[in-house]
Design a binder for this molecule. Structure first.
Ligand code: CUA
Length: 255
């Protein structure tokens, strides 16, 4: 009996350690979907906001935890002690613990609201010549349309590097969520309720995107790639996609 208990305790301990390790590994900046290695201005502003809120939370945690520990040790029950003096309410204390959280919430709310408005629209709007891509969520894939050139792709979005891109978001079935951890997101793709976001890649490369809203059994497989390339390469790609399909001339292929 003792042996079995010891074994299950060890199993619990090991699983807890494993889960903690997996959680911490998710924070490594080199991970392809890490939000801690941002490569675009939108994701960068979101990360800056995260750090601000994180450090405010750390200060609150230390202050509240410290006060709690102090009170638990300083006023602990001692041998031979009767019931402590009974009190009701403390106006000064109640004002302090209402005002301080209110100040903390305002301090967090102001940069949060500024970030939300800053990230709402691209610095160059589609009507002023900015690139527009229409993204549509399907169970379980992403459709990308380039309305200016009639190009449609699946699960692969090409963008010119260093240029702001507006992405209109829509869905044909259920709610999905559009997220490229290193660039921008998450914004929901809601049927009959068009949303949009903008993004920009600072460096050329392949960025990994992911549906971030549970949308059915293949939700985890609903992924896409963002290929950021220099403008000339992007234009060439778009032109090649818009070209008519290659006509076979080999008689074997024609038959
Ligand atoms: Cu689409 Cu999850």
């Amino acid at each position: 009996m003792i042996n079995a208990g010891w074994r299950s305790n060890r199993f619990l301990g090991l699983s807890a350690l494993g889960s903690l390790l997996a959680l911490i590994l998710g924070c490594t900046p080199s991970h392809p979907q890490s939000t801690f290695d941002t490569l675009g201005p939108v994701a960068k502003s979101q990360l800056d906001l995260f750090y601000l809120i994180f450090w405010v939370a750390v200060v609150v945690f230390i202050a509240v935890g410290g006060a709690f520990l102090y009170a638990a040790i300083r006023y602990r029950r001692r041998r031979g002690q009767g019931d402590p003096e009974q009190t009701h309410g403390n106006t000064k204390l109640e004002i302090v613990w209402t005002v301080i959280p209110a100040i903390v919430l305002i301090a967090i709310a102001i940069p949060t609201i500024i970030t939300i408005f800053d990230n709402a629209d691209a610095p160059i709007l589609p009507k002023d010549g900015g690139l527009l891509i229409e993204a549509t969520g399907h169970q379980w894939w992403f459709e990308f349309r380039y309305p200016d050139s009639d190009v449609v792709t699946a699960n692969e979005m090409h963008i010119p590097v260093g240029e702001p891109v507006t992405v209109n978001l829509d869905s044909v079935d259920v709610i999905h969520s559009f997220w490229i951890p290193k660039l921008a997101g998450k914004v929901d793709m809601v049927p009959n309720n068009p949303n949009h976001l903008w993004l920009m890649a600072d460096e050329p490369g392949v960025y990994y995107g992911q549906c971030a809203e549970f949308c059915g059994i293949s939700h985890a497989n609903m992924r896409f790639k963002v290929i950021a390339q220099p403008r000339a390469e992007f234009d060439a790609w778009l032109l090649a996609q818009a070209a008519l399909p290659f006509e076979p001339v080999d008689p074997l292929a024609i038959e």
